[in-house]
Design a protein around this ligand. Sequence first.
Ligand code: 5AD
Ligand code: SF4
Length: 465
Amino acid sequence: MSGRRFHIRTYGCQMNVHDSDKLANLLYHGGFESASEADGADVLMINTCSIRDKAENQLYSDLGALREWKSGLPGRVIGVGGCVAQQVGDSLLKRFPHLDFVFGTHNLRLVPSMLEAAQRGERRSETGETRSLERFDLPLPHPGIRGEEQGRAFLTVMEGCDMFCAFCIVPQTRGREISRPAKGIIEEARRLAEHGVREVTLLGQTVNAYGRHAERRGHSEQAGTLPFAELLSELNAVPGLERIRYTSPHPLFFDQALIQAHASLEHLCPHVHIPLQSGSDAVLEKMRRRYTRDEFLGITEGLKAAVPDIALTTDVIVGFPGEKEKDFLETLDLVQAVGFVDSYSFKYSSRPGTTAAEFAEAVEGPEAQRRLEALQEVQRSLTLAHHRACIGRRVQILVHGESRRGRGQLCGRDAHHRLVNLAPDAAGAAPRARPGEIHEVEIVEATPHSLIGSLVPGEASAGIA
Ligand code: 5AD
Ligand code: SF4
């Protein structure tokens, strides 16, 4: 069927990955089918990220290279969405004459019609921001893509960000904070569980700020929101849901109720990704993070008291303007004191339009690189020590699919979010497990990035319906 196959290239965070899923679903409902490679597609969409300059530059190099793809077959169409699209809008159409349409982060629903228009030769850009809750009500997963969920799914609970950290472009690309009514979230969770989803990850730019504006104004009833910990408790009761995760929380919104939820809710996973950014009070203040290192430590201590073997992971930025060696050493110290299981570390990247873009005292590139490597070295040994401590333990893994090692080898994650590759059995055969199933495995080996486990014989705990 000519003109009806799409391919989406996705960069950036889980929110973008989920937006691409939503977009694919809309297109399936519109009669399109997906192509696993750009070469098999008539429509190519790029879902962009602008969190750091590297991610943004990726778009420009992709678009340059796609001139040839477009001229490879008549009628091919290219669309750009996501955070770069939201920010720069139709100037992309001017700069790249072979680009057909641009859609912002609030305009996924318009894509099917923009695409049809593009196939008639119209070039459109839609980047308007909306406060409408309609954006959360998307069609049910189309049967054509349902099988790809493999036991886990994202679930949007809030979007946007009102925190305006000095370094961050997200409040500009994702707009104002808006929370989805709890009823729709719980219904979606039930529906997912009925379709074999065992694990949901609640998504929001500051996910644990869920409902806070309505609550502060005494409007939570009209808005249909609940305190975040209560939302988790409702989801904990959804039949068939074995695992609940959430990302990314902001330290400021870790109240006692949320910490206690970790102690009391059976299905809430013993893993929290809690972005630190810096371990120096001076830097945290300049970053406008609104917590101190002691407050951060108080939260992680509280979580460890609630769930003693909780796995904590984080994000750290090095080389923020004005960061001195002393500040950096405080970050290293805090990373070690908390004992993060893993961290994503980044060199500060100046984003035009953010407050920090105007700050003096830039840290030189080679110095930022040195700090990054020193931090990553510390993290590597923390991660390896955590992984080694797992050897001999039995854990439940949700099987995701083939591991990066290939050769039919499967992998999955345990409740602590550790990546576990399944070892072949004694006879060298691939273990008998299917994506979407939960299996018990014994950890037999540890590497810096993952664990190796062997399947404990026994029934899988239910599979995809
Ligand atoms: N430069 C470097 N890293 C950044 N992040 C956000 N903005 C920037 C920036 N300007 C990092 C933060 C955030 C993660 C998603 O990306 O650590 O938590
Ligand atoms: Fe960016 Fe800060 Fe909002 Fe996170 S909380 S999305 S770092 S502005």
